[in-house]
Design a protein around this ligand. Structure first.
Ligand code: 57M
Length: 359
């Protein structure tokens, strides 16, 4: 929005031409959220403390977590606000893809907010029931997917990396597939958010990859050179990704071990859904399994643990799921688990990006 106003004066001052470029506006969006978060973060943490928005810690978790009792949570609210503000300033506000990314952030943020707020007010870890949460997630993701599907010019084919010639037209089924990606991403990020900085860093890395994918997908010449689907208007989504990266870095400043604030479900559900939405808009949903590999591993560890537990009548594969708890209970100090997971997320992101040249 703001860039459009500034750009009006480019004929008087040619330097203002730079505001036309997505790359420049992406950098501005990143810096805006980062600086805003650093400036406002401390104040927001104090407010959360005053409002007694402290985390309730379950007693059956790893013992070292008891010292985290009362850590302010719902820091995700500030993430959402600064991202919306910065995207509104530096991206094209009427671009449908940008609007849908912002909608995913807001709608899933509302589910997370209600869940967090209920948990805190009841002074236990019982927020919305899993069923109610899941139904709302399905409803919102179907709505977003339906709208993406109907954006003028949106390609309804599924693109499979490594297999240039395979791109089936899924028709209306594509809506279900996109909704599945958004819900799965939202829940997988939520499950990962169980140690200080464990979710936000892989999120920053994954959004970094999708920043590149969206820029490339929105550029006709580069997209054709790299054999990836050209999506007119998708380039603006890189500004949104940049805004999330900046906010994520700002949040990490306070969430780094030992955390002064947690993002809460309001942060994890919304950022996960936004990541899934960006993945479907750029038509790089399948590669999400690699780029968001940490989230996938965490989710699979839970699925396997629960299934094995049920089948064997009480036996476990891991000491505790999600898998980060397994390593904690093996005796790894929390920062070691966190940093090693970050390293894995960077390796996976590089592998994901390398597929750009393998099509
Ligand atoms: C929420 N929430 C964190 C914080 C964060 C099906 C089952 C696997 C579900 C799963 C679950 O409920 N997962 C989703 C995980 C919680 O963090 C809050 O929640 C927000 C994210 N949604 O922002 O507000 C705790 O995580 C720790 N934390 C940090 N630093 C951070 O920056 O240390 C979070 C952020 C916080 C804090 O301790 O309180 C959570 O882990 O609860 N359930 C589980 O994960 C439980 N696992 C389990 O029951 N496993 C069984 C099953 C699968 C058979 C098993 O393996 O036997 C564990 N979680 C906990 N205690 N806390 C086990 C018990």
């Amino acid at each position: 929005m703001l860039y459009k106003l500034i750009y009006i004066f480019h004929s008087e001052l040619s330097a203002l031409n730079v505001f036309r470029y997505i790359t420049f506006r992406t950098i501005l969006a990143t810096l805006t959220t980062l600086i805003l978060f650093l400036l406002l973060g401390r104040r927001v943490i104090e407010i959360l403390k005053q409002m007694q928005m402290g985390q309730y810690i379950q007693e059956d978790g790893p013992p070292n977590h008891m010292s985290k009792q009362g850590t302010p949570t719902m820091g995700g609210i500030l993430i959402i606000f600064v991202v919306l503000f910065s995207t509104f300033l530096w991206a094209n506000p009427v671009n449908p893809y940008v609007l849908l990314c912002m909608s995913a952030l807001i709608l899933f943020g509302i589910i997370g907010f209600i869940d967090d707020y209920t948990k805190i007010k009841r002074k236990n870890n019982k927020g919305l029931t899993a069923k109610v949460k899941f139904l709302w997630q399905c409803f919102f993701s179907l709505l977003i997917s339906y709208l993406i599907f109907h954006v003028k010019g949106f390609d309804h084919h599924l693109y499979v990396p490594f297999f240039k010639s395979i791109h089936p037209d899924l028709g209306m089924l594509y809506i279900l597939f996109m909704a599945f990606v958004i819900v799965a991403s939202s829940n997988a990020v939520n499950l990962t958010d169980g140690l200080d900085g464990l979710a936000i860093s892989p999120l920053i890395v994954a959004f970094g990859c999708y920043l590149i994918f969206s820029y490339v997908a929105g550029h006709k010449i580069i997209a054709s050179y790299l054999h990836i689907p050209y999506i007119a208007g998708a380039g603006e989504v890189s500004v949104f990704c940049g805004a999330i990266i900046g906010a994520g870095l700002g949040f990490l400043w306070y969430n780094a071990y030992p955390a002064e604030v947690f993002m809460g479900d309001v942060g994890s559900l919304s950022l996960g859904a936004a990541l899934g939405t960006v993945a479907v808009i750029t038509k790089q949903e399948i590669i999400f399994v690699i780029i968001g590999g940490i989230f996938v591993i965490e989710a699979i560890s839970v699925i396997f643990q629960v299934a094995y537990y049920k089948v064997t009548g009480g036996k476990r594969i891991f000491r505790m799921a999600p898998i980060h708890h397994h390593f904690e209970l093996k005796g790894w100090p929390e920062p070691k688990v966190i940093v090693r997971f970050w390293i894995i997320s960077i390796i996976l992101a590089l592998l994901g990006l390398s597929t750009l040249k393998l099509r």
